[in-house]
Design a protein around this ligand. Sequence first.
Ligand SMILES: [Zn+2]
Ligand SMILES: [Zn+2]
Length: 123
Amino acid sequence: LRRWACLAEITPIITGSAGVSLSLGRDSRHANRAQRRALRAMYGGCGIPGCSVAFDRCQIHHLKWFHNNGLTDIDNLSPLCNKHHHLVHDGGWHLVLDNGRNLTVTFPDGSIMTTGPPSAWTR
Ligand SMILES: [Zn+2]
Ligand SMILES: [Zn+2]
């Protein structure tokens, strides 16, 4: 059940007064409309460089998992396609995002991939 914890986190879209904030902290485990819009503008698709899955087919992932005290803040959220979401939750991939949106991926074999921010990617 841990595997897809994020799926349950992302299905509903918050509406109302919280709908414009990009930092929901621990108030909500659901990414809101403004956060989705910001992530769409940043990434346009899956948060893994080289992956071509469109944003509308991605889920919003908490980089630091919500059940591990991760926050529903824009800095802790990234779109991931089904395949990559699965690899992160169940395949041993470890993602770290810094303040500049540079992504570091640690693979199960210990190898590491570091990329620049999504604005610098060529898909
Ligand atoms: Zn997730
Ligand atoms: Zn992907």
